[in-house]
Write a protein that binds this ligand. Sequence first.
Ligand code: GLY
Length: 127
Amino acid sequence: MSESENEIVTLTHRLLDSISSGDWATYAELCDPSLSAIESEAPGQVVVGLDFHKFYFDLGGVRGRHRTTMTGTSVRLMGEGAVITYARLVQRVDGDGKPITATSMETRVWQKREGKWKHVHFHRTPM
Ligand code: GLY
């Protein structure tokens, strides 16, 4: 992977870690305010903006021990744009102390603005 592709992977992992830890400041820093999203939390809708996502951060991140892994990662750079696709595995422990893994397929789009990558769109499909 090139240095720029690695940068997109690192930024995306940082974004995913901010989601699982409920770190709104990092998430908001990495995202463009006009972020568009297609995800199961908004069935049949395209959500624009960050307020919708903040609702979940305000509830707190993943409780207890957890770990996020990206697998099958592919990055396509297109000048000032980048598309990253991967499977996202979130391991955590349920209420009975049993380890469980939630898997979703994700596509995220980044755009370089004034020298900084911003997250501008994502699409998540839970498995
Ligand atoms: N639900 C927020 C995100 O996946 O970026």
